[in-house]
Ligand binder design. Sequence first.
Ligand code: FAD
Length: 452
Amino acid sequence: MAYDIVVLGGGSGGYACALRAAELGKSVALIEKDKIGGTCLHRGCIPTKALLHSAEVADETRESEAFGVKARFDGIDVAGVHAFKDKIVNRAWKGVQGLLKGAGVTIVEGEGRLVGERAIQVGSEVYEGAAVVLATGSAPRSLPGLEIDGERVITSEHTLTMDRVPASVIVLGGGVIGVELASVYRSFGAEVTIVEALPHLLPLEEESSSKLLERAFRRRGIKYELGVFFESVKTTDTGVVVTLANGKTLDAELLLVAVGRGAVSAGLGFEEAGITIERGAVVVDEHCQTSVPGVYAIGDLIPTLQLAHAGFAEGIMVAEHIAGLNPPPIDYAGVPRITYSDPEVASVGLTSAQAAERGIEIVEQVYDLAGNPKSQILGTAGAVKVIAQKDGPVVGVHMVGRRIGELVTEGQLIYNWEALPAEVAQLIHAHPTQSEAVGEAMLALAGKPLHV
Ligand code: FAD
């Protein structure tokens, strides 16, 4: 069977590519072995955000007295939490399937394998494409000798089907997934300790954001061990005993392994077709084309950003490139990043360390949310930090606070349009909103501080 484009993998990257290609009049086959929507829809973004919302409701119920509301927190109904999560996931799943059907994309159910340069075999059928897009995503990684048993030693995927709230959890890895799930478990009532080898939680974020998160987590009773390597784990009848490289031992009911995700590239015929792979990830050029002309790779399979919206953007760019529209390459620094814990941590653009690496002379302004009435109503501590090139545009916006992730969109526009602080300071921010914190930081940078 011959198509203009054959896409292998129906996750965020794959289905976005299929939809855009169909919109551009291409015939498209989309091959998926499990469920259209992939990790993000079924095991990642959406179900975890539903859990985080249940967690937020639990915390607000506990804190209700502070707002003058009489409500009693009686615990977590795990089945109810899953029912809410599943309802949201299923609705979105139906929506995506409907979009693909409406666009005329042929969905092929089954496991595919690259056979030859631009052909994918599923069972006894071979789907040939004028172009092929690989979008097989990623899977949870572990550490050498650390066996995931799904009972005592688990990954994020097991969290999504947990049948109880554990009394205690050790989270191995203080990156985005570890931090978000630590936040959920704590709100659900578990004792939580995060172990991170680097000196801070969310080590890729601006250091001041990591420190604010650490302070907020400490206040919430989330413990962490930073700058220390995991050495071993022993499972017992009641839980796990984890030994760290500094000799310290920790025990808990569960060990959640959140040490990152590896590209799904092995055993799929990629290397045999001549595709270059480095450390498991497929190597691509600025338009996501692999070392084999006409074969593209997108999403978590390539070493860019492991984010659904980066996958969407890559899928769209590839569809347009194949259609000859010559889309501009993606500026990955301009892709917003959000960690949806309580508090949220969000950023776009460069950190101060990255600016220094690029030799950019910077000025910075921090606006503490203690001065923002809306943040005080929401009961959140945190800050917005703006980094600008000296006498030049904004190069980074970083923020920490409850529900502050939505604000990153403003930072994204500012960064991508290379706005000067004085230009943003001219914009009038609605009062009272947390967005005023961005306006206040810009006013201060423009030399006319208001509430600083
Ligand atoms: P995937 O979504 O993994 O899709 C790949 C698809 O390919 C899968 O459906 C798989 O079944 C299929 N496949 C693989 N091999 C084959 C084969 N041989 N034949 C047929 N089909 C195959 N990102 C965000 O932007 N925001 C978030 O809040 C967020 N939260 C996350 C929370 C968690 C717990 C996790 C794990 C991830 C989260 N992510 C988040 C990351 C996001 O889920 C991924 O970046 C995104 O799903 C990557 O999309 P993809 O299309 O590359 O791969």
